[in-house]
Design a protein around this ligand. Structure first.
Ligand code: GLN
Length: 545
């Protein structure tokens, strides 16, 4: 029977519960246990697909096509396991299921209530991941203890613990210890209150992890232990990390967190071996090289909107012993001021996915610049579509070429809806979502990077390359390096006579891992390094002359 780890949070949101849960997953997997991870989101949206990335960060996509919370990205990157639709459960989806049952008459005239009907449905999803072969299910509860919205989930944990037995459940509570500058003190009161709140609901945490800027003294630890009724060694600190989020598992391991969990749940586990992970941390801490990459998109001030891309670039950097410094450059500013100045000094440009008209013409200008200046370019989803539009307009002379997403009456719809998607118009239901196969042509940069003829990659888009223009593009010098197995959908494009110019209709960033960089990101970073080196040599030669 699987054991359960619940991770809750208190005091404030954005404490990094996702990273902590992911780190726990990584540590337990490292100890030879089979782990499944799950995030409960207390909001009423049925999934994250319709949520604004400004408010909520990127929408992460699973192999099976669910649009989910970005914490699932951390789970996958830290544990190396792939998540599924069942790994992200929103309160909205729970209510939807209960209401559908009620409409069908499944409750036989009962009064349908939060307790027991909603909590029963939550418990069902808690059990759903505990499949045969899984040793530990880690469930993270989104939000903060004390939120009205989160109550049904906490109540469900209470009931669940009674049903499966206390010995099979461990509850870990993440809190914030604020530091008061004036008195140079770390304050425990908010933590006491937050644990008090949990105990009111009937939950006693077994472990308290304190997020803090300053180290926690033994005295503070003892105080927290006493007031929150946990053992002193079970009060851990998670200080702000210096250089990388991938330090977190090592920080928690040093304080014995995996031992606490393994012992508490009586798990038959191997010893931890973090040597490979630590080697990777060494590369992140002391890379041999560094490069600057510009990310040109609609959003410029919210790195969370492009979380997985930032991470995948870091991973591509690790594979090349390189620190990749990414700066977000506004597409709209590029449109107004031109690309030359704004993109000067970068050794590569990446254009991420996106929706809608904003910034598109700026992106197209940026792509024209990197194409003619031979600067490495990586276009993802919208980034590939815009590369096709730029190529159509400026190389094969199809003036006014566009995507029908932006200009439905364009004379040259090089990106358009294909008939399969045309029939579906309901919001949230009209996209090509999840993993699809892609065949890669021989002799291309894509094939060289992947080293295999077929791959599966995750999609999230409505529009596609218009097959009517295939010949024009190929004759103009663009290689359609990846296509669907039946040959109808263009999945990857590249330019043969450019150092590195590649676009993917899918989102490779979702499958990248710190210890196993996605091949395209590793290859792109390598190209940016070569570009930086070439530029340096060019500058030296110019000096000599
Ligand atoms: N808006 C484009 C489409 O729907 C691209 C989507 C994306 O970049 N994820 O096809």
């Amino acid at each position: 029977m699987a054991k359960h780890v619940f991770v809750t949070g208190g005091v404030v949101s954005s404490l990094g519960k996702g990273l902590t849960a992911a780190s726990i997953g990584m540590l337990l997997k490292n100890r030879g246990l089979r782990v499944a991870m799950q995030k409960f989101d207390p909001y009423i949206n049925v999934d994250a697909g319709t949520m604004n990335p400004f408010q909520h960060g990127e929408v992460f996509v699973t192999d099976d096509g669910a649009e989910t919370d970005l914490d699932l990205g951390h789970y996958e990157r830290f544990t190396g396991e792939t998540t599924t639709r069942a790994s992200n459960v929103t309160q909205g989806s729970i209510y939807l299921r209960v209401i559908e049952k009620e409409r069908r008459g499944d409750y036989l005239g009962e009064t349908v209530q939060i307790v027991p009907h909603i909590t029963d449905e939550i418990k069902r999803t808690m059990r759903a991941l505990a499949k045969p072969g899984i040793d530990v299910v880690i469930s993270e509860i989104g939000g903060t203890v004390g939120d009205i919205e989160g109550l049904p989930f906490l109540e469900a944990i209470r009931q669940f613990t009674l049903e499966v037995g206390r010995a099979n459940v461990i509850t870990i509570h993440l809190t914030l210890l604020p530091h008061l500058k004036a008195t140079d003190e770390v304050k425990t009161k908010p933590t006491q209150h937050s644990v008090g709140k949990l105990r009111e609901i009937g939950l006693q945490p077994d472990v308290i992890i304190c997020r803090t800027e300053k180290s926690v003294s033994d005295e503070v630890r003892r105080k927290i232990a006493l007031f929150c009724s946990v053992e002193v060694p079970s009060v851990l600190e998670e200080k702000d990390v210096d250089f990388s989020i991938y330090e977190v598992p090592a920080v928690l391991h040093r304080q014995g967190l995996d031992d606490i969990i393994v012992n508490r749940l009586n798990l038959d586990a191997e010893d931890a071996d973090l040597s490979r992970w630590k080697d990777m941390l060494d590369v992140i801490r002391r890379p041999k090289h560094s490069v600057d990459v510009a990310l040109v998109g609609k959003y410029t001030d919210l790195a969370d909107s492009y979380k997985s891309i930032f991470e995948a670039l870091t991973h591509g950097g690790i594979a090349n012993h390189t620190r990749v410094r990414v700066r977000q450059v506004s597409a709209e500013q590029i449109y107004d001021e031109g690309p030359e100045g704004l993109l000067a000094g970068f050794s590569g440009v990446i254009v991420p996915g996106g929706f809608g008209e904003r910034g598109i013409e700026g992106i197209i200008r940026a792509i024209g610049h990197v194409r003619t200046e031979r600067i490495p370019y990586f276009g993802i989803c919208l980034g590939m579509q815009c590369a096709c539009i730029e190529f159509a307009r400026n190389v094969i002379e199809k003036e006014d070429a566009h995507s029908t997403e932006i200009k439905p009456d364009t004379p040259h719809p090089v990106i358009c809806l294909l008939s399969e998607q045309m029939s579906v118009t309901k919001k949230g239901g009209s996209m090509r979502l999840g993993a699809y196969p892609c065949r890669i042509a021989k002799g291309t940069k894509a094939r060289e990077a992947y080293g295999q003829p077929e791959v599966f990659e995750r999609h999230r888009h409505r529009f596609e390359f218009n097959p009517a223009y295939r010949m024009d593009f190929e004759e103009g010098g663009m290689t359609l390096s990846g296509v669907s197995p039946d040959g109808t959908l263009v999945e990857m494009i590249e330019l043969g006579d450019h150092p590195w110019f590649l676009g993917t209709q899918f989102h490779p960033e979702f499958r990248s891992r710190p210890d196993k960089a996605h091949p395209l990101f590793a290859s792109f970073v390598k190209a940016t390094l070569e570009y930086a080196e070439g530029r340096q040599q060019g500058a030296l030669a110019a000096q000599k002359r």
